[in-house]
Design a protein. Structure first.
Length: 177
């Protein structure tokens, strides 16, 4: 029997990390979860994982530092960066630092596992971008501001210039990722 594929998930959202962990364990991965860069440093002293899923925005740190640490430890590690705040500049930096792929949240286990398998770029990808709706842009801005305000709804509403109850209703309609 072949050894299990080792995977580290660097994610500070405990419930999302737990769901990813369970899903990957069902697929035969040996999974370790790190909530922050310090935990990753300790893990890398013991072993280098075959695969890594790194959240771009960790509480108090950038996931890019984790990508750098993983790539230095073992350049063969297949690293996928996940983010709710996708931008061209962070995607470029993640790839430069050693990430194999970059995915916007919400992404599921199938998306991530497919990204692990992508070794080369795809020149057949359509050049036209999927148009973003106003609702999605609004939600991304709300979520970004909410994260910047440490998930304080009153402070987020103040920063966005909206009433707190209006923001609370919007948040109740759509789950945070």
């Amino acid at each position: 029997m072949h050894p299990k594929r080792s995977l580290v998930i660097i994610e500070d959202d405990v419930s999302f990390a737990k769901a990813l962990r369970r899903s990957f364990e069902r697929r035969g991965y040996e999974v370790t979860v790190c909530g922050q860069a310090d935990e990753l440093v300790q893990l890398l002293e013991v072993k280098a994982p075959d695969f890594a899923v790194v959240d771009l925005k960790l509480s108090g740190a950038s996931g890019l530092e984790c990508v750098k640490l993983l790539a230095i430890r073992d350049p063969e590690t297949r690293i996928v960066v996940l983010t709710g705040f996708a931008s061209i500049s962070t995607a470029v930096e993640a790839i430069k630092l050693g990430a194999s792929h970059y995915l916007a949240k919400p992404s599921n286990t199938d998306d991530i596992e497919a990204a692990f398998g992508r070794i080369a770029g795809d020149s057949t990808v359509a050049l036209t971008a999927r148009p973003t709706s106003i609702k999605n842009l609004e939600w991304e801005r709300i979520h970004e501001t909410l994260a910047e305000a440490d998930f304080n709804v009153s402070e987020t509403a103040r920063r966005l210039g909206m009433h707190r109850r209006t923001l609370a209703r919007k948040l109740a309609k759509r789950r945070l990722t």
